[in-house]
Design a protein around this ligand. Structure first.
Ligand code: HEC
Length: 127
């Protein structure tokens, strides 16, 4: 009886284990041509949500930790040469510090990094 119960548990466990699939969907990285004006990147629609949704960055960057990435302050907070380098966008601190292969507390996904870089390449406007 005991052995049968044990066997049953093992069989059931194996059945469940056998049916578990983890689908890894490759992340789609947007390709944005910095010189194509028809491809726009919006600060309010594309960039802000990276910082604020799910408190991704605002968990820490909400006033005491610079830059202040809360929706109402993010643009003003970032709009300086400390964070944005329009001449060499890749060197911008807001892009560089949380880059996907970096070691920041929270890293950008490759898609978020591509959007952020394109936004800076297109002039880092408050659009
Ligand atoms: C767990 C808390 C935490 C989270 C989440 C976090 N950061 Fe930070 N961040 C910090 C701390 C602390 C510093 C300052 C010390 C350091 O750089 O390690 C910092 C520094 C920075 C700096 C450099 C500031 C300067 O003036 O030099 C940038 C840019 C930055 N964070 C961007 C981001 C972005 C973008 C996100 C979201 C993807 C993010 N951080 C998420 C804690 C956090």
């Amino acid at each position: 009886m005991k052995l049968k119960t044990l066997l049953l548990i093992v069989v059931v466990a194996m059945a469940f284990a056998g049916c578990k699939y983890d689908w890894i969907v490759p992340e789609e990285i947007p390709v944005i041509d910095p010189d194509d004006p028809s491809q726009t990147v919006s600060f309010s629609e594309d960039i802000l949500p990276i910082f604020t949704s799910g408190n991704n960055c605002t968990a820490c960057h909400s006033g005491n930790q610079m830059p202040d990435l809360r929706a109402e302050n993010a643009y003003t907070s970032l709009n300086s040469t400390r964070y944005i380098d329009k001449t060499t966008p890749e060197n911008s601190r807001i892009y560089n510090v949380p880059r996907p292969d970096g070691s920041h507390y929270k890293k950008l996904t490759a898609a978020q990094a591509a959007l952020l870089l394109a936004w800076i390449q297109k002039g880092a406007e408050n659009n």
